[in-house]
Ligand binder design. Sequence first.
Ligand SMILES: [Zn+2]
Length: 330
Amino acid sequence: MKNHGTRAGIALAIVFCLNGAGAFAQNTPDTVDGHLTAAKTAAAFDFTGTLARLCVAPPMVTGIRDVAPGPAPARDTWFIEPAKVFDNLYFVGSKIHSAWALTTSEGIILIDTLYTYNSEEEIVGGLKKLGLNPAMVKYVIISHAHGDHVGGAKLMQDRFGSHIVMGAPDWDSIEKSANGYPQGKPKRDIVADDGQKITLGDTAVTIVTTPGHTPGTLSVLFTVKDNGKPVNVAYSGGTAFNFPSTVPNFDTYIKSQSKMAQAAAAANATILMSNHTEFDSAIPKIKMLALRKRGEPHTFDVGKQAVARYFTVTGECAQAARLKLMPAPK
Ligand SMILES: [Zn+2]
C-alpha cells in the first residue's frame, strides 16, 4: 500500500512539474503532509500569520466579497494611527488591512484603499496627520477588487481625481456587481498590464499580474529609501484561498506565487509586504521601529531569502489544499 502511495505521489509530482507549477516541489514529497511540512519550515517565525491562515484554517469558499454590506464595525476594532515607515513610505492602513502611501518627486502613489467605511479616516485623515496632502495622490493601485482593498477607490477618484489602476478582470467584476457597491462604483480607469510601470516623478512601481486570489490580482515591486539607502519591496496582492475551490484555480494561484517569487528575486527584494497585516506582521513591525538602534536593520527588511520563503509558504499551502481536492490514489 505504502509503495503505491509513493508511486502515485511521484506521478503527481511529475504531472505537476510539467504543468510548470512545480517550482516549490523539488524536494518536497507530493503529499498533503509533505507540502504542509515544507510550508511550515519555510514560514519559520517570520510568516506565522500567513502559515496559520493558509495551511491551518480551512479554505473559505465564500466566493468574491464586494464592499462590506451592513453597518461599519466599531471603530476600535479597526482604527490605528498612521505612521511614517520609510523615508518615502507611509502606513495609512487599519489594524487589519494595509494602505501605503509612496511619496515621489511629483506626488503620491497610494497602494490599496481599505473599506469604504474607514478609507476616509485612515487614508485621507491619515495622510493629513502625516503632513501629506491627499490631493497629491496621483495614482491608486488596487491589488484586487475585494471590499477590504477597493473600498476607498471611488472616494480618491471622485474627490482628488486620482487615477485608479486595476487588473482587467477585477474592473469587470466591479462592473458586473449588482449589490456590492451601495455607495457607487469607481469608474474604469487604468487597466494594468503585466510588467507595466506606474511612474510618477522619480519613482516607478512595477506591476506583476498574479491571478489566483481574484482573476485580476496585482502584485507590485518598488523601491523605498531607509535613511537614504534604497531597499526593494515585493508587495503581494492576494493571499487567502477564498476563491472557488477547484484544481485549476489552485494551479493558477500556485503559478502566480512562483512567478512573484521569481520577480521578487530578480528585483533583489528584501522586504515582503502584504495587504493584510496578519500576513506581514505590519503592525508589530511598525511598533518595533521605536526600538530600532542606529545601524540595526529596518524591521521590514527581512532579507532576500526570507522573501523567497514567503512565497514558498503560500505556494506549498496551496499545493496541500489542491491535493486535498484530488481523488485519493487507488
Ligand atoms: Zn481579497
